[in-house]
Write a protein that binds this ligand. Structure first.
Ligand code: HEM
Length: 383
């Protein structure tokens, strides 16, 4: 597809449909095959696309919001993500983030810890359970607490986010009635927001309701899927339950199973990379999944090993929350939710008991599941 320069390598394609069939059936295998051809390769999907991975590609694509735009990207295909800051491009993106960022900083969200702990204590299972099912169950009320101080109708919130966990095309289908109800419910909360909630923090911000709706959608399946894997691995790894150990399990989970496995942009102008010239309007992908499984960056990449985070992370080589100006707005909230939800199960209080952690693709990566956990009773015995 290059107009000049070196031709891009490309996995074997079928006549007429190109890579579209395999993209639908086994996108991770297709990406792995492309990655073996080079750090940048071409796919023929419904349109031509260029996929790259590794620090140089990530820095190029994520460091230049003028060339690499979100409008027209895959996120725009889902009504859940087609709005707010997610779809705000250069030059409006930077001022928008400056307005939103302070409310999502680590220090701001840390004030929510006690209330999130109370949700987990209320919802904690007491017998053998599937961590995927529990994660999908506990994350919505935690988000209700963080976003709305618990004042949003819980059943509407659950109905709104549920399709995000389902295979494609469910997260892409329009749901005008639910979206109208959600917008109306957010407007009611914004009229009388609970102190300490994101709704309270965003009161007065232009289009606060839309930002809250889009962020809620961006928060749900990403956090729930990560929690499911992290809990199962934590319960399968001997640990003393220190905050550092729990954080390392979260980091390693996000390396091996980055929920945002593939990000997309549209090139607003021609660019070149490693001698390959790419024309304007090309669909461009960056891949945390491929980057995190690159053996040059991550020795023995398929192995779950939280101790690898004792070493320095390769710059632009660890991007579960993306990188650059579009780094996930909810990164600190996600880490807080994960830490709070994992802590009661650390230090031997839960044991992994079989299951299938194989990643399955959808809008986000999720475990095929189930992921069984045995709750270990550690109450002191009475004479
Ligand atoms: C473990 C959980 C999470 C993961 C793995 C994750 C991952 C990501 C990734 C990879 C991106 C970049 C997408 C792109 O390049 O197109 C992103 C963006 C974003 N995330 Fe998250 N996310 C998580 C949780 C959350 C939470 C809890 C929120 C809610 C506050 C949130 C809100 C957003 C928003 C609003 C953006 C768009 C930022 C922008 O374009 O400026 N995410 N996230």
């Amino acid at each position: 597809m290059s107009t000049a320069g070196l031709p891009l390598p490309s996995p074997a394609r079928q006549p007429l449909v190109g890579h579209l069939g395999r993209w639908g059936r086994e996108p991770l295998a297709l990406l792995d095959e492309g990655a073996r051809l080079g750090r940048v390769f071409e796919l023929r999907l419904w349109r031509r696309a260029v996929v790259g991975y590794g620090p140089d590609w990530n820095r190029l694509v994520l460091g230049d919001l003028d060339t690499f735009r979100s409008k027209g990207s895959l996120s725009a295909l889902s009504p859940y993500l087609n709005g707010g800051v997610v779809m705000t491009d250069h030059p409006d993106h930077a001022p928008r983030r400056r307005e939103l960022n302070p409310h999502f900083h680590a220090g701001s969200v840390a004030t929510m810890r006690d209330r999130l702990e109370a949700v987990v204590a209320r919802e904690a299972p007491t017998r053998r359970f599937d961590s995927l099912e529990w994660a999908l169950h506990v994350v919505p009320p935690m988000l209700n607490e963080a976003f709305f101080g618990g004042r949003f109708p819980q059943s509407l919130l659950t109905t709104f986010v549920a399709p995000l966990h389902h295979p494609l095309p469910w997260p892409l289908l329009p749901r005008p009635t639910t979206f109208r109800q959600v917008d109306a419910a957010i407007a009611r909360v914004l009229a009388d927001p609970a102190e300490g909630s994101l709704a309270h923090a965003l009161t007065g911000v232009d289009r606060a309701g839309e930002e809250l709706r889009v962020a809620l959608a961006a928060a749900f399946d990403t956090t729930a899927h990560t929690l499911a894997w992290a809990l199962w691995h934590l319960a399968g790894t001997p640990n003393d339950g220190t905050a550092e150990e729990i954080r390392a399990v979260i980091q390693e989970t996000l390396r091996l199973y980055p929920a945002g496995w593939l990000g997309s942009r549209v090139a607003s102008r021609a660019f070149s990379f490693a001698g390959h010239a790419v024309p304007p309007r090309t669909l461009v992908f960056y891949s945390p999944y491929l980057t995190h499984r690159d053996p040059e960056l991550w020795p023995d990449p398929e192995r779950f090993d939280p101790t690898r985070f004792q070493e320095r992370k390769p710059p632009w080589g660890y991007i579960p929350f993306s990188a650059g100006e579009r780094t996930c707005l909810g990164m600190h909230l996600a880490n807080l939710i994960l830490e709070v939800a994992l802590t009661p199960f650390a230090a031997g209080r839960a044991k992994a008991d079989g299951g299938d952690p194989t990643p399955r693709t959808g809008l986000t990566l999720s475990p095929r599941g189930p992921l069984w956990i045995e709750v270990v009773e550690r109450r002191p015995r009475h004479a």
